[in-house]
Structure formats: structure tokens, C-alpha cells
Write a protein that binds this ligand. Structure first.
Ligand code: ZN
Length: 203
């Protein structure tokens, strides 16, 4: 597998075609290749360009990529790269709550300093500084470049005469697309979709 392919992400749907998040190609394939005790595969590959038909692993491996489609080179043949999989039994809804962490703050703030729009040398800033009792919450932490962070120091934006690009808040729904743009995902995602990487198994 080429490096770019290995790093590609696969959209994961629950049984009711609702997007749960993204996962790595490797994890997606292992899910599709594994089965419940009665032989039902845990997930199937959804083909977004063929009427969303879904395939089990053995049928998928019989297909070859068409011109322009990405492929995985195996020993003897080239496989199409799955872009969407669907769990066969898992029917829960995606988690509604987006967890606060460094990565999700950067995503929310578009990897951009919320004072000067710079996209380099970024750090996190407590709007009301911790020394003034400011909390580490969605509403009080923004991405700021090191320059702005130093300039603001232990002051509020008002005290420092600085203005935020927007009022920070907790993201509304569960997912939004990162930098990944996969055409076939559009059918399953709204425009501003907050996308979480699935880091645990759904069985
Ligand atoms: Zn800045």
C-alpha cells in the first residue's frame, strides 16, 4: 500500500446509514473482514457510485478499480479503495457531545489565530486568563498565535485592546469535516459536519 492510501480515511455509517465518524483504512478493512459468530460480517463496504450497493469483503475483492479510482495494490491485483463502510448491526446514533481537546479546538478555530488570523506558530489562549479565574472550556479557550498570546499575556482581550474574530462556543452537532475531502462522503454528510475519528470499536 502506498503511504497516501494507508493514511486515507473511511467514513463509517451505522446500520441506518447515519455517519458515525471516520476511521483508518486498516481498521475499516479489518471490520469488514471480521464476522459475528453466525457468519454475518461486522461491516460491509458501501459503493457510493453504484447506487450505494454494499459488498462483503469477498465480493469487494473481486472488483477492480476503474479509471480514475484509487486502488490498493495487492500481490497479484489492484483493489478499489473503500471510502465508506456500514455496520451491519450497530444501530446507535453518533455521540452528540464533542469532546473538548486540543485537536477539536484547532478544528473549530480553523487552525487560525482568533486575534490576527495568522495560521502559523499557533498555541492555545485562555480568553479570561487562568490567573484571573478563567476556565478551560469551549467558551474560554481559543487558538492564538504565539505573538498574540505573548502580547495579551495575563489580560483579558478588553484589557489588552485585542478583538476576537468570533465568539467561541461549543460546536453544535457532532461532527465537522477536517481537511479531508472525499467526494463520496457528500451523500452522507451535511455541509458543516464535525467529524470525529472513531477510536473505539463498535460491535
Ligand atoms: Zn495572532
Amino acid at each position: 500500500m502506498s503511504c497516501a492510501i494507508q493514511q486515507s480515511k473511511v467514513l463509517v455509517l451505522n446500520k441506518s446509514w447515519i455517519a458515525l465518524g471516520v476511521t483508518t483504512l486498516e481498521r475499516a478493512i479489518s471490520k469488514v473482514a471480521s464476522s459475528y459468530s453466525d457468519g454475518t460480517p461486522k461491516a460491509r463496504i458501501v459503493d457510493p457510485i453504484n447506487d450505494f450497493r454494499s459488498f462483503d469483503w469477498s465480493d469487494w475483492t473481486k472488483m477492480r478499480p476503474k479509471e480514475g479510482e484509487r486502488g490498493i495494490k495487492s500481490v497479484n491485483f489492484i483493489l478499489r479503495v473503500p471510502e465508506v463502510i456500514q455496520f451491519t448491526r450497530y444501530d446507535k446514533m453518533p455521540a452528540r457531545k464533542i469532546h473538548y481537546n486540543r485537536r477539536t479546538i484547532y478544528l473549530r478555530d480553523n487552525n487560525q489565530c482568533q486575534y490576527c488570523s495568522s495560521k502559523t506558530e499557533l498555541s492555545l489562549d485562555h480568553i479570561i486568563p487562568r490567573c484571573q479565574g478563567g476556565l478551560t472550556t469551549w467558551e474560554n479557550v481559543v487558538v492564538a498565535c504565539i505573538k498574540c498570546n505573548l502580547k495579551k499575556a495575563g489580560r483579558t482581550p478588553q484589557e489588552a485592546g485585542m478583538k476576537l474574530l468570533k465568539v467561541p462556543s461549543r460546536p453544535k452537532s457532532n461532527v465537522f469535516v477536517t481537511t479531508i475531502k472525499v467526494k463520496s462522503w457528500e451523500a452522507f454528510l451535511g455541509e458543516a459536519y464535525w467529524m470525529t475519528e472513531l477510536d473505539h470499536d463498535h460491535d
